[in-house]
Every structure is written in structure tokens, then in C-alpha cells.
Design a protein around this ligand. Structure first.
Ligand code: FSO
Ligand code: SF4
Length: 548
């Protein structure tokens, strides 16, 4: 195996023996094969799309394949093998689609030698053997760090985009142009131009551009289905009673579970990135949606162990379950762990039964609350007050502290940074990195809370709209606003959002806790020269530099 797609990669270089995330070498190799297969499918699908042909099944397969390989999604080799086998049929369909598209236009389909002559491996052993020649390590030795790193930057951006596109599609929103682009980009990675650093850089920015559209679709899907998040005081301590904890990012899974548990006397709690769900009108209307329990994803071992109920994982961020809770944790959607019960049909009866069999919370914990729900709609509705406060000098600066949390100690920077932000500045948060400080007291500026949570990483579109609206109000560019972006990254969704911000021409971002291993020094130079992106230093140094 060789994998360097996330921030916790071994030694800051690459996982080669076993994933720091818990991914087995075989699982990693199978994921490499799945990516190779996705590229093969897209080689046909892209050519067919250029001739005006597409097939929903092919598009959805590639999106799910990409999402499946995101960090902390699928650790189950058996499921991946089955998914690969299904992919062989999809590959045949994509080839047939291209051939039909060509013949309909009276053309001869081009031969794609490398795929036309490919004998897809059938057995588990053959799959593992095949993966050796097509993984990242093989390309690193053939193409070097810069080109391979840029290729992987695009691949990881596409994985993040696929995750967002999948969430939107689940709620009925999709765009054929997005699928077409995903095929175009995967095909590009197999072509000669996919070995040229300049062309690769341009394609990476294009991934960011198309991802903006995908994030818009996801925003439309979430707010169209569940309403606009509204400022909401939510409980972060448990109530007496039976309990289910829901983690991941999928709003629909939570909605289905809320409906299925309506009359069951079970309280539902959000974990990690599900916290913002408590602010959606169509979700918070359920009285048994009791609040949030615990912190970010990397705290799950301790928190799930102590949680006296059942746990449902809806997307990424699963870690190896401890034996103490393995029988009462469940997966659904694309997330999987070997030996953990997977619920494919959305009938959550096994989760409900497991929750009822547990003791539940025996008493109410002392009530503690936080306020969430400052999506774009809520923030825009108080925009005039905010703008007046800036003009009157009451708000000096905005800090968007966004991105993932993770296990490394260097992430204390984000807590320290938030605590040291001066009292006349506002902090906007996005994604799970906020758990480092979202239960601290920040007060307000003339009634405007100093800590405004925009939502999940999936809500980055909201943050972009807020920045755009501020720029419009002040008649300047986003880079001229009193706004600084401090990012923490962990996995490929954050990579994708970073590409979107770069596509928008956002400069001077600070990135931590460490730089991606796949970004080579030469590529980093390009980013520094064009976007003045910088690794985080200390909270004091960065604040002093920003506030000058
Ligand atoms: Fe965090 Fe996990 Fe949302 Fe990521 S929960 S780390 S960027 O998967 O998805 O922010
Ligand atoms: Fe290592 Fe991250 Fe890849 Fe897991 S996802 S194997 S931790 S680089």
C-alpha cells in the first residue's frame, strides 16, 4: 500500500504498512484498483458525454466509487471487492454507450488501447496483484513527486466533490454537467496532458470551480428539503432516557431515523458534523431530537464507549470500533467497517432495538447549551446590523476558522487562536474543527454573537455567499475585506474546498496543522506565489501579522 491522501499520513510522508486511520494494506490496494477502474469507466463515459450521451447509473457509480475511497469511509475489503465487481459491468456499459454514441453519429469509436485490452482481475488475489502496478507508489517512481502530487491533488478534489454531489443527489439534486466534468477530469488524468504540471494546475483550479456549483447544489438540496438553518440554542448535555447517537454528515439519514423513532421514547443526539442539523426547521421540529453529544470525530472511541445507547454512522469519520460498543454501532450509506452491522435499506429497526436494550441515560445532566445555526440566510438577515457595526468600528475583523478536526497535538493552535482573537472581532466557524473551542464563552458585540457557526464543511457555500455579500456591501473584493481565513484540513473534502477558494482567487489563507504530503515543494511554491497561502505559525504570530 501507499496512501498519502490525508493529514495524519504516517510520518507526514505516506502510509506504507498500515493506515494510521486503521485502513488495512489490502483495503488500500483495493481502493487503488477502484480508482483505476473509475478512471477506465470515465474514459468511455467522457467520450460518450462529448457526443451527447450519458447514463445515470454510470455517473452515480463513479461518484460513489470516489466517495467510498475518502478517508474514514469504507474499511471493509469485502464490500469494496463486491463494488469493484459491480464496476466491471458498469465499465462494459460505458464502453457500449460510447460505441453506440459513435455509431449513432456515423463514426468509428476510437480504440482506447490500455482499457480495451485490460483483463480486469477477478479473484481477490488477482485484484491485489493488479493493484501493485497502478497505485501511487508506481506513479511516484515513474512521474516524480510534482506530477504525481498534482494528479493526486485533482483526484482528492474529485473525491471531496463526489461526497458533496452524492449528498445532493440523495436529496434529489444533480447536474449532468457535474458528472460530465468528473468524467472529463478522470479521463484527463490518464492522458498525456495529465502529466504536464501547468495543465494539471489548471485542472485542479477547474475542480475548485465545478465544486462551487456542487456546493451550491448541496445547499439547495439541504435548505430546500429541511429549510434554512436558524439561530438555535441547543443542548450539549444529555437528558434522562434511552438514546441514539447519529454521526457523519447525512441529513436525510437523520430525518428518516427521527421519523422511525417518533413514538419510541428514544432521544436522538447528534455527534460531530451532525451538530448543525439541530438548526434546520424540518429536523428540529422533532421534540425527541434532544441535542448534541460529545465532540469531533476523533473523540469517538471514548465518547461512543461511554454513550449508553446505539450509534449510527451515516458517512465518513468512522474509526475502529472498540469491542465495548461494536455490537451497538451501525453503518449506513457508503460507510462500512468489517463486522459492524450495515443497514442498506434505511430500516433502522436494529438501531432502535439496540438503543432500547441499553440502559440509556439514568438522569438529566446539568443543562449546558450553545447557539448554532448561522447559515447564510440567518447571517444575511442581520447583515445591515453587522455592516453598521463594522462601519462604526465596533467590529474590527472577521476570522473564518474552518475545516476539520483531527488527533494531532498541533491542532491546539486553533483553540489558542480563537481564544486570542481580540474582543472586537467576530469568529465564523465551519466544519468539525470548531469543537476545539465552540463550548467556550465568546460574548457578543452589540447583540451580534462573537462566535457564529455556519455549519458543516458541507455548508462551505454558505460561507462563500456570506463573504460575497460582505464584499458587495463594502463595494470591494473579498481579498480587501477585513476577513481572514484560517483553515484546518484533514481529508479530501477539505482539499476540495481549498481548491474552490483558490479558484475564487482568495489570497492570504493560513493552512494547518501541517501541509499535505502530496503537495511537493515546487507545487507549494506555485501556491505561495499566486495565492500567498501560508502554513500556520503560532497563534500570536499569525494574529499579529493579520491585525498588523
Ligand atoms: Fe470533519 Fe470528518 Fe466535515 Fe471531514 S467530520 S473531518 S472535512 O470528514 O467532513 O469536517
Ligand atoms: Fe494513511 Fe490517511 Fe491514507 Fe488512512 S487515509 S492510509 S491515515 S494517508
Amino acid at each position: 500500500m501507499f496512501c498519502y491522501q490525508c493529514e495524519q499520513t504516517a510520518g507526514g510522508h505516506g502510509c506504507t504498512k498500515m493506515g494510521v486511520c486503521g485502513k488495512q494494506p489490502e483495503t488500500s490496494d483495493l481502493q487503488d484498483l477502484l480508482i483505476y477502474l473509475s478512471k477506465a469507466i470515465s474514459m468511455y463515459a467522457w467520450r460518450a458525454a462529448e457526443l451527447g450521451f450519458r447514463k445515470e447509473e454510470i455517473d452515480r457509480y463513479v461518484v460513489e466509487a470516489l466517495f467510498t475511497t475518502v478517508t474514514n469511509v469504507n474499511f471493509d475489503s469485502e464490500r469494496i471487492v463486491n463494488f469493484i465487481k459491480k464496476g466491471y459491468n458498469i465499465l462494459a456499459e460505458a464502453r457500449a454507450l460510447y460505441e453506440k454514441a459513435a455509431s449513432d453519429q456515423g463514426r468509428q469509436p476510437h480504440k482506447i488501447e490500455v482499457i480495451d485490452s485490460w483483463n480486469p482481475p477477478q479473484t481477490y488475489e488477482e485484484m491485489l496483484a493488479e493493484s501493485q502496478g497502478i497505485g501511487i507508489a508506481a506513479r511516484l517512481s515513474q512521474l516524480g513527486d510534482d506530477v504525481t502530487g498534482l494528479q493526486e491533488l485533482i483526484t482528492y478534489g474529485l473525491k471531496g466533490m463526489a461526497a458533496y454531489a452524492d449528498h445532493a443527489a440523495i436529496l434529489g439534486i444533480s447536474d449532468p454537467e457535474v458528472y460530465k466534468f468528473i468524467h472529463e477530469a478522470l479521463n484527463f488524468l490518464t492522458a498525456d496532458e495529465g502529466r504536464d504540471a501547468d495543465a494539471l494546475t489548471a485542472m485542479a483550479l477547474k475542480v475548485g470551480e465545478v465544486n462551487l456549483r456542487v456546493m451550491e447544489m448541496l445547499d439547495e438540496a439541504n435548505t430546500g428539503t429541511y429549510g434554512h438553518p436558524e439561530p438555535t440554542v441547543v443542548r450539549v448535555t444529555p437528558k434522562k432516557g434511552k438514546a441514539i447517537l447519529v454521526s457523519g454528515h447525512d441529513l436525510k439519514d437523520l430525518a428518516i431515523l427521527l421519523e422511525q423513532t417518533k413514538d419510541k421514547g428514544i432521544n436522538i443526539y447528534t455527534h460531530g458534523e451532525m451538530l448543525p442539523c439541530l438548526a434546520y426547521p424540518e429536523l428540529k421540529k422533532y421534540p425527541h431530537l434532544a441535542g448534541n453529544y460529545g465532540g469531533a470525530w476523533q473523540d469517538q472511541k471514548k465518547e461512543f464507549d461511554e454513550f449508553p445507547g446505539a450509534i449510527l454512522m451515516t458517512t465518513n469519520c468512522i474509526q475502529k470500533p472498540a469491542e465495548t460498543y461494536k455490537a451497538r454501532i451501525f453503518t449506513t450509506g457508503l460507510v462500512a467497517w468489517p463486522g459492524v452491522t450495515h443497514i442498506a435499506d434505511k430500516d433502522f429497526t436494529p438501531v432502535i432495538e439496540a438503543a432500547l436494550a441499553e440502559e440509556g441515560f439514568t438522569e438529566d445532566a446539568p443543562e449546558k447549551t450553545i447557539t448554532i445555526g448561522f447559515g447564510r440566510n440567518a447571517v444575511m438577515s442581520v447583515a445591515p446590523t453587522v455592516i453598521d457595526a463594522v462601519k462604526a468600528g465596533k467590529i474590527r475583523h472577521f476570522f473564518l476558522v474552518g475545516g476539520c478536526d483531527g488527533a494531532k497535538s498541533g491542532r491546539n493552535y486553533y483553540t489558542e487562536f480563537a481564544q486570542k482573537v481580540p474582543d472586537d472581532c467576530v469568529i465564523l466557524t465551519l466544519a468539525c474543527g470548531k469543537y476545539r473551542f465552540n463550548k467556550l464563552e465568546f460574548g457578543d458585540i452589540g447583540g451580534i454573537p462573537r462566535l457564529l457557526d455556519i455549519g458543516q464543511c458541507n455548508d462551505a457555500y454558505s460561507a462563500i455567499k456570506i463573504a460575497g455579500a460582505l464584499a458587495e456591501a463594502f463595494d470591494c473584493g473579498v481579498n480587501d475585506l477585513p476577513l481572514s481565513i484560517i483553515l484546518s484540513w484533514y481529508e479530501q473534502k477539505a482539499v476540495c474546498i481549498l481548491l474552490t477558494l483558490l479558484h475564487l482567487g482568495i489570497k492570504n489563507m493560513k493552512l494547518g496543522p501541517t501541509l499535505p504530503a502530496f503537495v511537493s515543494p515546487a507545487v507549494l511554491n506555485v501556491l505561495v506565489e499566486n495565492f500567498n497561502i501560508a502554513p500556520i505559525k503560532t497563534a500570536d504570530e499569525d494574529l499579529a501579522e493579520i491585525l498588523g
